[in-house]
Design a protein around this ligand. Sequence first.
Ligand code: GLU
Length: 498
Amino acid sequence: MTVRTRVAPSPTGDPHVGTAYVALVNYCFAKQQGGDFLLRIEDTDQARSTPESERAILAALRWTGLSWDEGPDVGGPHGPYRQSERSAIYERYAAELLATGHAFRCFCTPQRLEEMRAAQRAAKIPQKYDGRCVAVPDAESAARAAAGEPFVVRMKVPAAGVCIVEDVARGPVPFEYATVDMQVLLKSDGLPTYHLANVVDDHLMEVTHVIRGEEWMSSAPKHLLLYSYFGWTPPVLMHLPLLRNPDKSKLSKRKNPTGILFYERMGYLPEALLNFLGLLLAAAPEGQEMFGLPALIERLDLAKISLGGPVFDIAKLDWLNGQYLRHLTPAELIDRTASWGFDRARIDRIAELAQSRVERLSDLVPTAAFLFAGRVAVTPEAFAGAKLAELDVRKALALAMWRLDTQAVFDKTTVEVVLKSVGETLGTKFRDLSRVYYVAMTGSPTSLPLFDSMELLGRDLCRERFRVALDVLGGMSAKEQKEWQRSTSPDESDGAAA
Ligand code: GLU
């Protein structure tokens, strides 16, 4: 049997370091076993998936240096590798489950489901589908569907008993069926949910080992039921502990940058980032922390991956990256720096922006330095000249950060629209507001054109500079955060909570 593993990101946001971590384990394990590593795009959530996010995820994973044997960009014998192109397959399998009696049509309206949940909340019992439509006789169910009544397809779940999930790292983990929801498999628009698509694809793509984040552990009983309903052998399951902030809370972009592209833009070397993530998978003795992929492939032992939350400790990454930089020759250091931030198109554009603002050639580098720096030095005093109340300064930074996070595209036009929208929310002239943004982004109240500069910096560095500026000004209280999020649309508060 050929070992086949996969990473299956959903293109609903920025490429996350957690995805690189999961990809790394799957890649190394497959290579260690002489097997294949696949990349599948799980874009069943049509409202949140975007082509920009998919492109960014592929580019970011490529940047790390990992490569996949099959995927949407490289093809392969089990394609297509993008779930939105496989709807007909899922429909067929949902029909099979209906025919074998393992699934049923549910005609409950959103309103009925809301009433059901409200009653469950009031009775303080766990919220899950109460099974009303399981009782609809087959003939009636088929007739109502044929008459055009909207329905979803749900899976049946045994009323009693226990499902044992065998997890490589945890051993047997029991789940009472009574706590497992009758998951929707096919939505009323005929498209699948994650659960159906994930199981069908892992089977058809002959995935032998599913190694993924522990947030999917509670889905495992549903998946195992589906495998048994179809009569398929389930893959080996392993749920990895989530990456943590140094304070042990779940890694979140509110405390630590989480975007792979942030680390690229900051000038970390991809081999250092992979090595750093590798140390979270297979600890190395002191003095032997530097190792490349071949060594990790050799030493990885799935059963020995520690379940205690691995800490994403940027200080350690800084140290390791420094080691890598010092191992380069000076010529290599220059080459790497040039290809990182000095490609011709980028510096030409910077020259265009800076030309009208320099008196001497010697002014150019200091004028543009903030575009090459990771972080810029910001002090509370630098914001003092703004004609805004201190509270509005902080609010302006938070709103801009959240609103920019929810934009599919990050270019100067979007940046301009978003920053001006914050002015409208605050009832402030943009002229007064712009100083705040100049200081946060460039470290100075006057600099190169703001919107162009932010586009050149990119979403991840901008987010980090907003975060640091907010921190410098004392951050925001939980109450402020709640109130400010309320003054943004629901989409925006999602961005903040992610
Ligand atoms: N699409 C899921 C994610 O975004 C994949 C979960 C899995 O690996 O089964 O992480």
